[in-house]
Write a protein that binds this ligand. Structure first.
Ligand SMILES: Nc1ncnc2c1ncn2[C@@H]1O[C@H](COP(=O)(O)OP(=O)(O)OP(=O)(O)O)[C@@H](O)[C@H]1O
Ligand SMILES: [Mg+2]
Length: 449
């Protein structure tokens, strides 16, 4: 067979064998297909020399070596702000040390053909060191998959790969006891809890569930928690149902893989977890919650899940201790202080003392409700060329929205699946058409005309 008839990988193998002979004479080797991740610069930079491998072997470093068969070409990725070199084809010498002496592995990779972007890679390995090499190869694979720590949320599913959470902790208006509880649970877990879980030989995976009616601020809280977590340099993974796949278990599965291999503490957010519990995959979700399939990330993983449906939770979760470590109710507005704060916030610059008169009507409503009545009143006032929102206009907004909710004709715009929407400026609400964005009762209608 002459050179021209040989397959690409055969030429690589022939070159590698000759190189082996030149360097190590007749010492034995095994020729193996191997993972292209070993040539990936991300893996090479992440796996540090002195890393211990199976069989009391230590990795000591990598060196690129000249090879007439392949021109070394790198690909780049932009996982964060910086460009990072990713895959590289070419020849490398990986070195290792064992108590019985040092040894090398020769590795060479190349694109398969001109018209095929797949990479073929082969390695020559001392036969008694296969264990260590397979271990090393697995580390390379993992290093390439691992998300880089970044200032954005990593999305599994959905239509964007990353987004920035925009909600500040102070923007979420809820009783302080609830907010403090949630925040200190996360901090205590990552600071001390992870160690305690590990001492008990448990995977450090903590699970919190936010339960509450639509529009009380669960998605907002998730977004604010994500922002806090990123400030603490944790990785945030968000499972989104917002794509063609909807809520499928393979997304959760993928997310759990990312969580397990992240190498950093992770906040994992799964909104509307009830959807997954109703589908065929519910047994697998329960396995995850029970610990059978839960990710083992030594730095800790905190699951923050949300649902509107306490009944689903009741049966499968609340009655089975340990499935969720804590269930936190995010209620409607419980008292006038919170109502006042919410109204004040959403009236913004338009706030006037007299508006406080509607506060008693807001108890029992949601943050989404208050936002809508405030927006609506401000819009009406602007439409009527009023410089300020008077109490009458505000009261009309409250009345018309309450009426419409009472009649069950709930035109409250349905919230988006998650806080991803924050990124494209539409907030957490999916408002399809302007006219429908607020239920217009007769009084308000007059105002709009
Ligand atoms: N506690 C709150 N503080 C401030 N604003 C709120 C609060 N609750 C709701 N809102 C307003 O209502 C919008 C919708 O709230 P959010 O999407 O967080 O509700 P949710 O509890 O996730 O609802 P769902 O259960 O339907 O997903 C928010 O974007 C915000 O404008
Ligand atoms: Mg929500």
């Amino acid at each position: 067979m002459n050179q021209a008839q040989m397959m690409r990988y055969e030429r690589l193998a022939v070159w590698a064998q000759a190189e082996w002979q030149r360097r190590y004479g007749d010492s034995a080797y095994k020729l193996l297909w191997t993972s292209e991740s070993c040539g990936n610069q991300l893996a090479q930079s992440r796996i540090k020399p002195r890393r211990r491998l199976k069989g009391s072997v230590y990795y000591t470093g990598v060196e690129q070596i000249p090879c007439g068969e392949v021109i070394s070409i790198s690909e780049y990725v932009i996982p964060g702000r910086k460009v990072v070199l990713g895959e590289t084809v070419g020849a490398f010498r990986f070195s290792f040390i064992h108590t019985s002496g040092a040894f090398d592995v020769l590795y060479v990779s190349s694109y398969y053909r001109d018209d095929d972007p797949n990479i073929v890679s082969v390695a020559l390995i001392p036969p008694d060191r296969l264990d260590a090499w397979v271990n090393f190869e697995a580390l390379c694979n993992e290093a390439v998959r691992r998300p880089t720590r970044r200032q954005d949320v990593y999305i599994v599913g959905g239509t964007n790969a990353y987004f920035k959470p925009t909600v500040d902790w102070d923007e979420v208006i809820l009783p302080n006891s609830i907010k403090d509880d949630l925040r200190s649970d996360m901090e205590a877990f990552f600071k001390d809890g992870v160690k305690i879980y590990r001492e008990l030989n448990l995977a450090p995976f903590r699970k919190l569930l936010l339960v509450g009616p639509p529009g009380t601020g669960k998605t907002m809280l998730c977004s604010a928690m994500a922002k806090l977590a990123l400030q603490k340099k944790r990785v945030v993974v968000y499972v989104s149902g917002a794509d063609d796949d909807g809520a499928s278990f393979h997304k959760i599965h993928h997310a759990l893989n990312v969580v397990a291999t992240a190498g950093y503490p992770v906040l994992l957010i799964v909104e509307e977890i009830d959807v997954y519990l109703r589908k065929d995959d519910k047994a697998r979700i329960l396995n995850v919650l029970d610990g059978l399939e839960s990710p083992n990330n030594g730095r800790g993983a905190l699951l923050l899940a949300t649902t509107n449906y306490p009944e689903v939770i009741d049966e499968r979760i609340a009655k089975r201790p340990g499935r969720m470590d804590r269930i936190i109710t995010i209620p409607t507005i419980q008292d006038e202080d919170v109502a006042f704060e919410m109204l004040h916030h959403y009236m913004g610059a338009q706030w006037h003392e007299e508006h406080a008169a509607v506060v008693p009507f807001l108890v029992g409503q949601t943050g989404a409700f208050v936002r809508e009545i405030a927006l609506h009143a401000r819009m009406l006032a602007a439409h009527n060329h009023q410089r300020a929102v008077d109490l009458n206009t505000l009261q009309q907004s409250v009345d018309s929205l309450s009426n419409q909710l009472r009649t069950g004709d709930n035109l409250l715009p349905r919230r988006n699946i998650g806080f991803e929407a924050d990124n494209n400026g539409s907030g957490s609400y999916d408002v399809p058409e302007e006219e429908e964005s607020f239920p217009v009762g007769s009084a308000s209608e007059d105002g709009l005309d």
